[in-house]
Design a protein around this ligand. Structure first.
Ligand SMILES: CC(C)(COP(=O)(O)OP(=O)(O)OC[C@H]1O[C@@H](n2cnc3c(N)ncnc32)[C@H](O)[C@@H]1OP(=O)(O)O)[C@@H](O)C(=O)NCCC(=O)NCCS
Length: 274
């Protein structure tokens, strides 16, 4: 455990008493946020056994940040804002393309090659190299998005700051998340998988393999699957209803890319204005 981690733990034990006047705590928390912003720290990552490892103390630093900052007014042209947290800056150095209307909070990390269409990335989120966050997509706090992922228009990736030990949403490398999907509360999409437009995935939603009828998981789409939103019959005292599920309609081979979701290379080209 680093000294910084120990100190954050101590401040967090007294979070209810924290105010912007606590300069020592502010200095420690700022250091964590700067490291998050530069990708030197992450809230969560995938461990050696494929498990999601959450660095709880880093998330505690984010929670402290809200206590340690008062509201500040800022302006951009005719727009006025009032917030506690700052926005991310310095995109050219980071090699990130940001279309007007997009915003990312300081303390999120955007890898080189990321493209933000008019979208939102919250604090603690991590977005891997060459990923595209399309129009009106939102990447919630602490969500972990892999490399070369496409979050299509209007996708909602849920954030988790609380409760303690909650696992963030993880989207692994090369995944494609179709328009208006909602992926929340620690749900996970495996490497190279494709979620059809409008799919809802959370840890209570069964993921069923159409080839076998078997429920393979709840809230986790394994690697290299094509999965869509479907419904399953369910008996209640009041009658028969249909609840949503996610149906794997095809298993792809490792490394396979689905033709339908290939993004025009021109749109990903960094120096090109599209
Ligand atoms: C998931 C997807 C890739 C499947 O494409 P595909 O492998 O070619 O599969 P098909 O189109 O043959 O569809 C297979 C079955 O799934 C159903 N299906 C397809 N997409 C679906 C969706 N989003 N939700 C529910 N069912 C869907 C089809 O009706 C079809 O049923 P059928 O076998 O009875 O005819 C595609 O439908 C999709 O949703 N693409 C994402 C589009 C998008 O979001 N673009 C981003 C723009 S920013």
């Amino acid at each position: 455990m680093s000294e910084l981690e120990t100190r954050i733990g101590r401040w967090f034990d007294h979070i209810a008493e924290m105010t912007p006047a606590n300069l020592e705590a502010r200095r420690d928390v700022e250091l964590v946020i700067t490291k998050l912003d530069d990708g030197q720290l992450r809230v969560a990552e995938i461990g050696d056994q494929g498990e999601v490892v959450v660095h709880e103390w880093v998330r505690q630093a984010i929670l402290l940040l809200f206590r340690l900052h008062g509201l500040e007014r800022s302006e951009a042209g005719p727009f006025e804002y009032l917030d506690k947290l700052q926005l991310k800056r310095d995109y050219e150095r980071r090699g990130v393309r940001v279309v007007p209307g997009a915003s990312a909070r300081r303390g999120s990390f955007l890898s080189p090659g990321v493209i933000l269409m008019p979208s939102y990335v919250n604090i603690g989120a991590w977005v891997g190299p060459d990923s595209m966050v399309d129009t009106w997509a939102t990447v919630g706090s602490c969500a972990q998005i892999g490399a070369n992922v496409h979050l299509a228009g209007g996708v909602g990736i849920g954030g988790v700051l609380e409760p303690a030990n909650a696992v963030p949403v993880v989207i692994e490398d090369d995944a494609f998340i179709g328009s208006r999907c909602m992926i929340v509360e620690g749900a996970r999409v495996g490497r190279g998988s494709i979620l059809g437009a409008g799919t809802i995935l959370n840890p209570s939603i069964p993921v069923i393999d159409a080839a076998t009828g078997e429920e393979v998981s709840r809230g986790y789409v394994p690697d290299y699957c094509v999965a869509v939103s479907a419904s399953r019959r369910r008996e209640f005292a009041g009658g028969e209803f249909f609840l949503p599920c996610v149906l794997i309609i095809r298993r792809m081979s490792e490394g396979e890319r689905h033709d339908k979701v290939a993004l025009n290379a021109l749109l990903r080209e960094h120096g090109v204005a599209t």
